[in-house]
Design a protein around this ligand. Structure first.
Ligand SMILES: NC(=O)c1ccc[n+]([C@@H]2O[C@H](COP(=O)([O-])OP(=O)(O)OC[C@H]3O[C@@H](n4cnc5c(N)ncnc54)[C@H](OP(=O)(O)O)[C@@H]3O)[C@@H](O)[C@H]2O)c1
Length: 1344
């Protein structure tokens, strides 16, 4: 707008500088046609993208699409001020796992829009709103965003909105952004443009028309938001069918005081996975209800999309009637989460903290540099939380008094700049203080008002300081405070370096480096008083002139400090002897050159720190001249030598008027320009001293108590803890807890109580606590008391005991609740104990601490809980954790309402320490781990914010993938699994590769939603790499086939009753008349595999059961006798017709000889199985069992089971694994009371029959004839039926020979009694077809 006005004023004035009113209108119209002057791009018109206006509404959209992974959005915006960037960003980051935003922009002219939209993944389409009612070819949208502008006023609203309605999916959203008023400058421009009559009322009318038409179309208004300038946004939802009032069983009350709802919720949600009724979770009993965290997590679990939540947080136990307002509206809007507060309906939303959330106005502050040591991080920090103490122990464990002083001026030293820029590595002093800057100050004592100057280890750039009484001195009356500042570090260095250590004598020759600086000038002054022969170096011509003018140093004695030429010149001027004393502050080769300037028996006084810190190596040759190297660290001396400060001040006061000590020239910077002072020093241009002025000095030099506060500045918030108070960290021995402990100690805390259930367990915990103790023993300064308490804070009594234990150390100043027990599990598998344990560790403890500290009127500075993003955004498998954290968050809100401190921080995953330290984050996650030092740095600031709940997460860089929808999904799968598909075997399943359950849920829901492929969580784990590759190439049908296969197998297995019968026999078909046929039990002992066959036999079929009692029989002969006996009772006349399959067939063969059998049928399978020692090995038997018992499992699952069984060490664990896998695969429909027994007995049976066959095989070779004879006596006839492969087996003779041998039947003599029949089929054939043929053969055979 300003550009337009500027252009107008520049071009539209006539010669007399008057506006030419006729041309204005034309010019304006022309101007506004140019993109550069587009008023839509004006800042005031861009506020529509402001987070406060649209994010909360967009979050409603994403919240209702979670757990959907993709949102299809269309933005209709004919202006050049697009909103896509912001909307896309908000939607993509709305959940823990990023949402894929498929974003299309329909605009007037693609060429005109900003290039960055063209380069990003937005689809662009042109819409000529004058000729078509709606952008073409767009449908199935989850969200349409419309920017309503003047241009669209001629578009027919009803047609436009109808098209929008049709393009949106059912329950999709429409977000429309309007201008609701004109700003003054806009009105002005419009009036200049001849559009004087543009009125706000027209805008209002447009919004009304839009809204009314939208509602007539069938949209529901969900919410609206205004900004204070000119924009508003309305969110509509397309609701096609009115939701019905939920039935009683679809309403579950989530009660805060008891967890009886858990089982109901679990059952109902699990049952509802297929039905998909809306289930309403309702909470209206307590403000401290965790329903919001609960639903956030459950919505991401299977069945979660049917869940709705209604939370009345005013705890009025209101009766919720869905037929009455506001509940009827809530029902009709069908939003996932609804919170009623003070009769208003809404939800919890995240909004970015204001940019200056960590700033505060204050007139008490100090200067420090952040963790990133560079001058741009130099900041003033609020110092109001620093607790002052009158006494302390210094680093030599000497008890000292402290004097509180108001600081007026501070001196800047090179050391400060080196520290602030990271060039000087901070030493062990960082143990004692978080601030190393500021070493000298001048000001007034707060107790007496006397003017003082002094040193302090740090923090002298500040408004006040607690100064060591030995390191301060009254300021001589002839000096101002700034004068005093110029004396402190400069003259103390010279006093100590030249006089005390260097033993300067009158008339000596001296080289002073950087002589125009503070120390340099002080040295010149003292040396001139000592009548010394001076040689100096300086960095610039200005400085040289300064020294010539100010100190009368001859030009030929002033050299450059930028090179080593001074060495030659000094040698020349001193006839090659050099000088008696060098005061050095130069580094590198200049230091070496200076060293060479020292005369025989001379002294080299080193006051620079850099080369010392860098441990620079020096040649020893010059020491042959008997010279002394004197290193001077006056600052270190100040703290470690008791009377150093006082001795210096004595010397200073004695010489403050005699000319030995003279104040030095200085450059003064105001406090707000402190960074400039630092930068100035880095240029090396300054002459004399640099001072940072905190406040102006009064004219009176005498004592003054009425000291004006320093100017108020906006400074960084800063947390310090009170060393006299006790702070409780629950779960303090955990990963984060131990780090928090250290940080709190560093920030001033001295009394800590860490809670734990069992106390110190690990060596690491022990080591850390002992280290803190050892530090306290070494330095009394710390005076630390850290104790571990094991009182049970889940109980009132335990909490009281904890508080009383803490109180014994000092008044309780804060509670930091970190205790946590995780029991992550999807609801369908969660147990009440696991659910409650997590809730108790978090919510119960926090409730107890809140209630009891209130009852005991404990005034807490901090009451904090570490919540989680899993509560704020939801995470599958953490519903208990989400619930518990949510309770804590509500408690913090209540506390804030009551004027107490309460803060819940929803942390994202934390790196380095804690529960997730060893867990790899899924590369799919939209967030990454936050380093612990970053957490603590932010925590410092968050503690000072007024909010009750804050989220702190580090977002992952967003990756937008190219390619088809399938290939994108597959890419995500590879990423989530962390594998290279080219090198991973195709047969491996996702479960074997190791897939996170969270991702499994995502995939499961995605396949169901987008491809109608329904798989359980276990099925997802059974998907193989091959399936995924097929899916990637678009062969979704293969995936569907697999899903069907799983479904059928599950159905089949669910029909089998794995129950060992108690009756001796069971009818197997429904035929009740005729002569029965008796089936002997197959290997698995139950008849499920033979029922299909039995049903096709046209006579009654009776199964002879393998009952529990038979377990005891361990001999095949006895078994045969048992069944013969049983048959005789069932069929007393004899002449039985019997059928046996597999080992049942062996029994048939055995029974043939002696039982009164009329007809016997063997369905042969065993003749193909080699009989040898290997056959009866445990491995072989297990393989056989899998073939029989697990034959209905799909191939991939069967193969996976075989692979996994190989890893199991013994039979029992192998059998348990088979049992567990089948039970898990079939799920809740499994009828398997005796399944484990069936497996065990089948194993034993297989062993028994295997041994029998082996024994018989060996015997049979020798006694074949005898056996043959025995069979000659048999009464009945035998039919052997064998299924053979489709390709006809020519070698039938061989086959029959094998069969006779397998059943130990004679080859000759029984020709008239033995029959052989083949049917077509092999293991891959449908068993029904094979059974049909077998049944036909049996029916025919039994007829004659
Ligand atoms: N780490 C993360 O990524 C992350 C992310 C978001 C939020 N958070 C939150 O940050 C806090 C600390 O997490 P962390 O990673 O440090 O967890 P952590 O290492 O598991 O520490 C938690 C500690 O709580 C203790 N505890 C459990 N029940 C207790 C009870 N009834 N009374 C006293 N102590 C109990 C446990 O110690 P004992 O076995 O000795 O009792 C455990 O060491 C937790 O509240 C967590 O919710 C962490």
């Amino acid at each position: 707008m300003l550009k337009i006005l500027d252009k107008l004023s520049a071009t539209m004035k006539d010669d007399n500088r008057n506006f030419d009113s006729n041309s204005i209108s034309k010019m304006l119209t022309d101007l506004q046609m140019q993109p550069e002057f587009d008023m839509n791009m004006d800042v005031i018109n861009q506020v529509s993208t402001n987070e406060h206006l649209i994010r909360t509404l967009l979050d409603i959209v994403s919240e209702n699409y979670v757990p959907k992974k993709e949102i299809k959005v269309l933005e209709i915006n004919v202006t050049n001020a697009l909103m896509a960037q912001e909307i896309d960003n908000h939607l993509a980051h709305a959940a823990i796992y990023p949402i894929d935003v498929n974003y299309t922009i329909a605009t007037k002219c693609i060429d005109n829009i900003n290039d960055e939209y063209k380069n990003k993944s937005f689809k662009l389409t042109e819409w000529d709103y004058k000729s078509s009612a709606f952008p073409s070819d767009i449908s199935q949208l989850e969200l349409i965003v419309m920017k309503d502008t003047q241009d669209l006023k001629d578009v027919k609203l009803d047609v436009y909105l109808q098209e929008a309605y049709d393009a949106i999916v059912s329950k999709g959203f429409l977000l429309s952004v309007f201008k609701y008023k004109y700003t003054e400058p806009e009105l002005l421009l419009n009036s200049m443009n001849g559009r004087k009559n543009m009125k706000n009322i027209e805008l209002e009318k447009r919004i009304n028309d839009f809204t009314t038409t939208a509602i007539q179309m069938g949209f529901k208004e969900i919410g609206r938001k205004y900004d204070s300038i000119n924009s508003m946004a309305v969110l509509f939802r397309k609701i096609e069918t009115k939701p019905t009032v939920p039935e009683k069983h679809n309403i579950i009350e989530i009660n805060a005081s008891d967890m009886s709802w858990f089982e109901t919720l679990k059952t109902r949600v699990t049952e509802n996975i297929d039905t998909k009724d809306n289930i309403w979770l309702i909470a209206n009993d307590s403000q401290h209800n965790g329903i919001v965290g609960l639903i956030n997590c459950l919505r991401l679990e299977p069945g979660g999309d049917s869940l709705r939540c209604l939370f009345d947080c005013n705890s009025n136990k209101s009766s919720i009637k869905f037929t009455e307002k506001p509940y009827s509206d809530i029902l009709n809007n069908d939003l996932a989460i609804n919170v009623i507060n003070e009769r208003l309906v809404g939800t919890y939303r995240h909004i970015t903290l204001p940019k200056n959330y960590d700033k505060i106005p204050s007139n008490e502050y100090f200067l420090n540099v952040g963790l990133n040591r560079d001058l741009s991080h130099l900041q003033w920090y609020d110092s109001r939380h620093i607790v002052t103490t009158d006494e302390f122990y210094d680093l030599c464990n000497v008890h000292k008094h402290q004097i509180r002083c108001h600081v007026y001026s501070s001196g800047l030293n090179f050391r400060d700049v080196m520290l602030a820029t990271g060039r000087l590595i901070s030493g062990p002093e960082t143990l004692f203080t978080d601030c190393l800057l500021g070493f000298e100050f001048a000001g007034r004592r707060s107790d007496t008002g006397e003017r003082v100057c002094g040193f302090n280890m740090s923090r002298c750039f500040g408004t006040t300081i607690d100064a060591n009484e030995n390191l301060i001195s009254p300021i001589p009356d002839n000096w101002s405070m700034d004068d005093a500042i110029t004396i402190l570090s400069t003259y103390s260095t010279v006093w100590y370096g030249l006089l005390e250590r260097g033993q300067l004598k009158k008339n000596e020759s001296v080289l002073i480096h950087s002589a125009a600086g503070g120390v340099g000038q002080a040295a010149i002054n003292v040396c001139q008083k000592y009548n010394c022969d001076l040689y100096v170096t300086v960095g610039t011509e200005d400085k040289k002139q300064f020294l010539m003018n100010e100190y009368n140093i001859p030009e030929n004695r002033i050299f450059s400090s930028r090179d080593i030429q001074f060495k030659y010149k000094i040698k020349e001027l001193t006839d090659g002897k050099g000088v008696d004393l060098v005061l050095n502050s130069l580094t590198g080769e200049k230091l070496e050159a200076s060293y060479e300037c020292v005369a025989d028996c001379g002294r080299f006084v080193e006051i620079g720190k850099y080369d010392l810190q860098m441990n620079k190596q020096m040649g020893m040759f010059s020491f042959l001249k008997d010279l002394s190297f004197i290193a001077v660290s006056a600052d270190r001396k100040l703290y470690l030598t008791q009377d150093f400060g006082q001795n210096f001040f004595k010397w200073m006061n004695e010489n403050c008027t005699n000319g030995l000590i003279k104040p030095i020239n200085r450059t003064v910077f105001k406090a707000e320009d402190a960074d400039k002072a630092f930068r100035y020093m880095t240029t090396g241009k300054h002459i004399g001293k640099i001072i940072v002025k905190i406040r102006d000095e009064e004219t009176i030099k005498s004592q003054l108590l009425d000291i004006k506060p320093a100017n108020e500045m906006t400074v960084m918030t800063k947390t310090y803890f009170d060393p006299n108070k006790t702070y409780i960290i629950t779960g303090g021995l955990g990963g984060f807890g131990m780090e928090l402990m250290h940080w709190m100690l560093f920030m001033g805390a001295r009394r800590l109580v860490l809670t734990s259930r069992k106390g110190i367990k690990s060596d690491y915990q022990k080591f850390l606590l002992e280290r803190v103790k050892a530090l306290g023993n070494r330095f009394k300064f710390f005076n630390t008391k850290v104790i571990v308490s094991t009182h049970d804070t889940n109980t009132t009594e335990g909490t009281k005991q904890l508080l009383s234990e803490a109180h014994k150390l000092g008044p309780i100043g804060g509670v930091f609740h970190l205790a946590l027990v995780l029991n992550d599990c999807l609801l369908e598998k969660q147990t009440i104990d696991g659910f409650c344990e997590t809730i108790d560790s978090k919510a119960k403890t926090f409730e107890n601490l809140d209630r009891i500290t209130r009852q005991m009127s404990i005034d807490l500075d901090y009451f904090v809980v570490f919540s989680s993003v899993a509560c704020g955004k939801g995470n599958a498998g953490q519903s208990n954790y989400g619930y518990a954290n949510s309770v804590c968050e509500r408690i913090c809100e209540s506390r804030r309402n009551d004027g107490l401190h309460g803060l819940a921080i929803q942390w994202g995953p934390i790196g380095d320490v804690g529960v997730l330290s060893d867990t790899e984050m899924s590369s799919l996650s939209g967030i990454v781990k936050q380093r612990i030092n970053s957490c603590l740095e932010i925590f410092d600031k968050l503690l000072q914010t007024p909010q009750a709940v804050i989220s702190c997460v580090v977002r992952a860089k967003r990756v937008t993938q190219q390619g088809s929808r399938e290939s994108k999904i597959v890419n995500q799968i590879w990423q989530a699994l962390g594998i290279d598909p080219r090198t991973t075997p195709d047969h491996l399943t996702l479960g074997e590769i190791g897939m996170e359950s969270m991702f499994a849920v995502e995939l499961q829901q995605g396949l169901e939603r987008d491809y109608k492929i329904k798989l359980t969580m276990n099925d997802i784990k059974s998907i193989t790499v091959r399936h995924i590759k097929e899916f990637e190439t678009g062969r979704v049908d293969q995936f569907k086939k697999f899903a069907e296969e799983l479904h059928n197998a599950r159905e089949k297995l669910a029909k089998i009753k794995f129950i060992i019968p108690s009756d001796a026999y069971t009818p197997l078909n429904s035929v009740r008349t005729g002569n029965p046929v008796y089936f002997l039990p197959p290997l698995e002992g139950i008849f499920s595999s033979l029922v299909g066959l039995a049903e096709q036999i046209n006579r009654p079929v009776i199964g002879l059961n393998w009952t529990k009692d038979m377990e005891k029989i361990d001999d095949v002969k006895e078994i045969a006798n048992y069944y013969t006996k049983l048959l005789k009772t069932l069929h007393p006349k004899g002449n039985f017709d019997i059928v046996g399959h597999f080992y049942g067939a062996l029994l048939v063969a055995k029974m043939l000889r002696k039982s009164p059998i009329r007809r016997a049928v063997i369905i042969d399978t065993i003749s193909d199985m080699e009989v040898d020692e290997d056959m009866i090995s445990d491995e072989a038997i297990i393989e056989m069992l899998i073939k029989f018992i697990c034959k209905d499992l799909p191939k991939v699952i069967n193969e996976k089971l075989v692979r996994e069984l190989k890893l199991k060490p013994d039979i029992n664990s192998k059998l348990s694994k088979i049992s567990a896998d089948i039970k898990e695969f079939v799920g809740k429909g499994f009828v398997g009371r005796d399944f484990d027994d069936i497996l065990n007995q089948s194993f034993k049976r297989a062993k028994l029959f295997g041994n029998y066959r082996l024994k018989m095989k060996n015997k049979f070779k020798q006694i074949k004839l005898n056996i043959g004879k025995k069979y000659l006596e048999m009464s009945g006839k035998l039919l052997v039926i064998k299924a053979v492969a489709n390709t006809f087996d020519d070698d039938m003779i061989n086959t029959t020979d094998k069969i006779w041998d397998s059943y130990f039947l004679p080859e000759k003599g029984l020709e008239d009694k033995l029959n052989f029949k083949t049917v077509r089929g092999d293991s891959d054939n449908d068993m029904n077809i094979v059974f049909n043929q077998i049944a036909v053969s049996i029916n025919q055979y039994l007829l004659d």
